[in-house]
Design a binder for this molecule. Structure first.
Ligand SMILES: Cc1ncc(COP(=O)(O)O)c(C=O)c1O
Length: 403
């Protein structure tokens, strides 16, 4: 077939994914000391992406007991759905008891975002547009645009203070049209590591109610900031305030189950009747997308969440991951201070989750790459969870040099 005849001959080359591109460049680098801080995954003290012990044990049990490969229901495993709701709201929240909550098992947090977006595209007011924090996880815009939304931004990060621009954020929210959909990072903001505190979340619930805004909470790091309950504060604050919302959960990080694609989308409705109708429509959205979810990862998560022994083991491992990141934050700050780096990095200690917006400017990010083999995202985002006792001296020495 000649080129001109090919259906695909005029297809333009898509730009490479900015973050995966960093990893490609890292893989091609021959520097033996190279470090990839561009990734978005948790690594242990030896630089491995771990298979958690609790996961290994649950997989063994499941392997021995699985007796069918039948399809799962469109909205996934019932035990998994209950487990997700317990993580989000605790065991006896009024919205759960009142039958107001709808949860579907989906393909990762990305699946939760996309199914939630597709659902809102059908059932939110036709004029609703989406607002994302500036900056945000780079895939948010693509997901909501693919669902057919116009996507805008709201003020979030203040580069001067390297903290939250809360006043500007509130002003952005107050200026939004009614029924705008506002994507919020429930904890461990990606990429900045800068979160709202409890009082600020409370203030937000009041504004959302007054302005009739629709919260869409992205919870991809539950357990990585302070703990399972504390990290669900935002979800529970909106639920307590009686505000309908959409929540996307991801267990990629908290169970280190990246490739198993375990996530959920949850809708909080006004009453059980509304929930019943919303469930029927959410299932239609899923059915026309990928029909029904895959089994393995969700089965493992459901087993861990419902078995007291496995659950305890998992919470311990989750705590170890959280503590290790915190230790790396502290060591990073201390080592740079000891090297008399020309800049104060103490803000890194206050940021939460896997990432830190380092404030390193593009020319410095580029020097780190070319001269030292240290890969940070162009925006200056570093993955603190990729630091360990073996590479921190090299990382901090190199940063001190490019400053
Ligand atoms: C903020 C945020 N939301 C969603 C996701 C997607 O998670 P998953 O890999 O489970 O699709 C990520 C992953 O990095 C994330 O950082």
């Amino acid at each position: 077939m000649s080129q001109a005849e090919s259906l695909f001959h005029a297809i333009p080359l898509a730009p490479p994914d900015p973050i995966l591109g960093v990893t490609d460049a890292f893989n091609a680098d021959t520097n033996p000391k190279k470090v990839n801080l561009g990734v978005g995954v948790y690594q242990d003290g030896q630089g491995r992406i771990p298979v958690l012990r609790s996961v290994r044990e649950a997989e063994k049990r499941w392997f021995e007991t699985e007796n069918s490969k039948a399809y799962l229901p469109i909205d996934g495993l019932p035990a998994y759905r209950t487990g997700v709701q317990n993580l989000l709201f605790g065991t006896d929240h009024a919205v759960v008891k009142g039958g107001q909550v709808v949860t579907a098992q989906v393909l990762g947090g990305t699946g939760g975002l996309r199914m939630g977006a597709d659902f809102l595209k059908r059932f939110a007011p036709a004029s609703s547009e989406v607002f994302l924090s500036s900056p945000t996880w780079e895939n948010h815009r693509a997901v909501f645009e693919a669902a057919g939304f116009k996507v805008n931004e709201y003020a979030y990060y203040d580069p001067e203070t390297r903290g939250l621009a809360f006043g500007k954020m509130v002003a952005s929210l107050r200026a939004m049209p009614k029924s705008s959909i506002v994507l919020l990072h429930a904890c461990c903001h990606n990429p900045t590591g800068v979160d709202l505190d409890a009082g600020q979340w409370q203030e937000l619930t009041g504004i959302f109610r007054e302005q009739n805004l629709i919260p869409f909470l992205d919870l991809a790091y539950q357990g990585f900031a302070e703990g399972l309950d504390a990290d669900a504060f935002a979800v529970r604050a909106f639920a307590d305030a009686g505000i309908p919302m959409v929540i996307s959960s991801s267990f990629s990080k908290s169970f280190s189950l990246y490739r198993e694609r375990v996530g959920a989308v949850t809708l909080v409705t006004a009453n059980a009747d509304e929930a019943k109708r919303a469930t029927s429509q959410l299932k239609r959205v899923i059915r026309s997308s990928y029909s029904n979810p895959s089994s393995h990862g969700a089965q493992v998560v459901a087993l861990i969440l419902t078995d007291a022994e496995l659950r305890k083991a998992w919470e311990l491992e989750l705590g170890e991951m959280r503590e290790r990141i915190l230790r790396m934050r502290t060591l990073f700050v201390e080592k740079l201070a000891a090297k008399q780096a020309a800049r104060d990095f103490s803000f890194v200690r206050k940021q939460r989750g896997m990432f830190s917006y380092s404030g390193l400017e593009l020319p410095r990010v580029q020097r780190l790459r070319t001269e030292f083999g240290i890969y940070v995202v162009d925006s200056g985002r570093m993955c603190v969870a990729a630091m360990n006792e073996g590479n921190l001296d090299y990382i901090t020495d190199s940063i001190a040099k490019v400053l």
